[in-house]
Write a protein that binds this ligand. Structure first.
Ligand code: MN
Length: 242
């Protein structure tokens, strides 16, 4: 049996409501625009785009929210998060809820918006804008056995007590079963995969010291405080070659 060159990292996990068991996070898929941001906005017949974040971008939505480097426009996006419990490919939308979704949570798809705008102008990839450390805070997961499959209810976010985002899950342009089916036509979904399902109107910037609160009705809510932009001395991560 082979030994590791350095200790393999522990899996990223999320707590589960009313349980001591934790949910091991696999891959993190994020859905692009999936709410109407204005009343007169034409809806595309195309399914929304998707992108990814690394599993270790997922952190518990509590306490301090580090202000990331390399940006002057750190933005919030509140989203319903779907947790996959049984994987598969070419999954029929009608089978998704009964067989493939393990639970739900409320999450933040944090975005370095300035880098995203640069990437859009250049036709380049979005990773620098989306796939950074601590960029996917998430509340504890609620199993489907507890919450069922939410079809309506408020999704909201405030900054320093001022409302920034408020919509209803009923406003999702592409419902969750369609999103899961769509992804499963491109990749083989696996237990542990998370899907951030898109954010409603009202995205905006965060500043150091801001208190960010948000949630999804009957699923979860959180409060985090944005840290300062001083990243301190350089840190050498563990796992580097000696
Ligand atoms: Mn998003």
């Amino acid at each position: 049996m082979s030994s590791f060159i350095f200790p393999a990292p522990a899996p990223t996990t999320l707590p589960v409501t009313n349980s001591t068991a934790v949910f091991p996070v696999g891959r993190v898929y994020c859905i692009g625009r999936n709410y109407r941001w204005s009343q007169d906005e034409a809806t595309s017949p195309e399914m929304p785009a998707w992108f990814m974040k690394p599993a270790n971008a997922v952190v518990q939505a509590q306490g301090a929210l580090p202000y990331p480097p390399s940006t002057d426009d750190f933005c919030h996006e509140i989203e319903l998060v779907v947790a996959i419990g049984r994987g598969g490919r070419n999954i029929a939308a009608a089978q998704v809820e009964a067989h493939h979704i393990w639970g739900y949570a409320a999450g933040l798809d944090l975005t370095r918006r300035d880098l995203q705008q640069q990437a859009k102008r250049a036709g380049g990839p979005w990773e620098a804008a989306k796939a950074f450390d601590h960029s996917a805070p998430c509340t504890p997961l609620v199993p489907v056995t507890v919450c069922g499959h939410p079809k309506q209810g408020a999704i909201w976010l405030t900054v320093n007590g001022m409302e920034r985002q408020r919509a209803d899950l009923a406003d999702l342009l592409w419902p969750v079963p369609e999103l899961v089916a769509m992804l499963s036509r491109s990749v083989t979904l696996a237990p542990g995969d998370l899907i951030y399902t898109g954010t409603p109107a009202g995205v905006g910037s965060l500043q150091p010291g801001d208190v960010v609160q948000g949630g999804v009705a009957d699923i979860g809510q959180f409060s985090m405080t944005v840290g300062n932009t001083n990243h301190g001395p350089s840190i050498t991560s563990t796992g580097d070659s000696p």
